[in-house]
Design a protein around this ligand. Structure first.
Ligand SMILES: Cc1cc2nc3c(=O)[nH]c(=O)nc-3n(C[C@H](O)[C@H](O)[C@H](O)COP(=O)(O)O)c2cc1C
Length: 399
């Protein structure tokens, strides 16, 4: 998002105040935001609010005197990396569907060569009206991205569909659309995250301390790089990145099934989930009752998902979270799991933390020690490495 130019079109809906939060998020991410408003939008939010937050003048008038630097009425649209229309009123959607251009917002939308995203927000009946539905269908068929609306309580007090999607969802959608032209465009990558839970009885399980943060950060970095991203997630409460397909699983066996299915057409598999190595041989159908004696539970090995998932050309990346003899275990795993990259780290430092200090192990190379960095930065490094592996695979060189 850093350095991207976002052209934000605000039309006259009650939800206009919510995009102020979106502007703040975009600014924080380092984007430049130019705002165009309809006359009706000014009834809800003043241009001054957006001007203060974006540090750019708000454009409302097609016929204003344009300075040489501003160039003209279509310049903002031509320079934008994406145009986002939020909230998009029923009226503005109708104008867009018919190619009208009678204000700065609609002129810009027609003149914008980059992706256009609309986020409808209106009364439930206005949204369900067949005219609005037909207009949205027309826009979709022309490649316009339609995000939302959500279900919930509307300004009128009724519960229905028509709410503007939350600012963080809009932000994620913008991020995912901007990523679509990235180096992994057209590639399908499966990434696993979180800690599996191996049930003992209906209420108890064995699990581990993995938070899922590393896998979710990788999924976000994959979306940013344009990959079709399948996130197989076990036991975390994190918000998945917008643009990734998410499947929630519980046990190692569930994860094995989900990964196997998702990987049938995958270019790469990144196993960052902490999958249980052992599961109870028998899961009790009823709660195990306590008595005065000790309890022995017999455990059996689970399937090694990374080692057993095979497909011609599949690039495999794994993790080794150890508490001792890191190098020795990592080198052994590099071979036993058949991976092109193994990321080794100290489990005590990495689990549950926002940061990670890792080593990259590659077949036939000395390990590379990376500095301590955030999991998001490490995720980007891993995805850079995947891009390199994809290039090597497509040029037919060995690794
Ligand atoms: C209080 C109030 C709230 C409104 N909220 C919405 C809304 O959420 N969505 C919508 O499509 N129209 C809404 N309207 C109607 C639009 O403001 C109206 O259709 C206007 O012509 C839209 O112009 P624009 O698309 O050029 O911004 C609202 C009107 C009023 C008075």
């Amino acid at each position: 998002m850093n350095g991207k130019r976002i052209l934000l079109g605000v039309s006259g809906g009650i939800a206009a105040y919510k995009v102020i939060e979106l502007v703040r998020m975009l600014r924080q991410a380092g984007s430049r935001i130019d705002v165009v408003m309809t006359a009706a939008a000014e009834q809800f939010v003043t241009p001054l609010t957006f001007e203060t937050l974006t540090r750019q003048p708000v454009r409302r008038d097609v016929f204003q005197q344009w300075t040489e630097a501003e160039a003209g009425h279509v310049t903002l649209a031509e320079k934008a990396d994406i145009m986002v229309i939020a909230p998009a009123t029923a009226n503005t959607l109708a104008k867009l569907a018919h190619g009208l251009a009678d204000d700065m917002l609609t002129v810009s939308a027609l003149a914008c060569p980059s992706p256009v995203l609309v986020a409808p927000a209106m009364d439930h009946h206005m949204y369900l009206n067949s005219a609005t539905q037909a207009n949205l269908e027309t826009l979709r068929s022309r490649g316009i991205h339609v995000v939302g609306p959500d279900q919930g309580e509307l300004a009128s007090g009724i519960i229905g569909q028509g709410r503007l999607v939350a600012p963080d969802h809009l932000f994620g959608s913008i991020r995912s659309i901007l990523g679509q032209s990235g180096p992994l465009a057209g590639k399908h990558v499966v990434v696993s995250a979180g800690a599996t839970r191996e049930p003992l009885d209906p209420i108890r399980f064995i699990s581990n301390r993995s938070s899922g943060r590393m896998g979710y950060a990788i999924a976000q970095a994959l979306v940013d790089a344009g990959a079709r991203t399948s996130l197989i997630s076990a036991a975390t409460h994190l918000d998945p990145p917008v643009g990734a397909t998410v499947e929630q699983v519980e046990s190692a066996a569930d994860m094995h099934k989900a990964v196997t299915e998702a990987a049938t057409d995958a270019d790469a598999l990144i196993m960052s989930a902490a999958v249980g190595d052992y599961a109870a041989r028998e899961v009790s159908a009823e709660k195990v009752k306590k008595d005065d004696d000790d309890l022995t539970i017999e455990l059996t090995r689970t399937v090694d998902i990374l080692a057993t998932t095979e497909r011609p050309g599949l690039i495999k990346i794994g993790f080794a979270a150890e508490t001792a003899n890191l190098t020795e275990y990592a080198k052994a795993k590099l071979v036993s799991k058949g991976v092109q990259l193994l990321i080794a780290n100290d489990a005590r430092q990495a689990m549950g933390s926002d940061d990670n200090q890792a080593f990259f192990f590659r077949p036939g190379h000395e390990p590379e020690e990376l500095p301590l960095m955030s999991k998001h930065d490490l995720a980007r490094r891993i995805v850079d490495e995947l891009v390199r592996l994809v290039e090597i695979r497509s040029t037919g060189e060995g690794n």
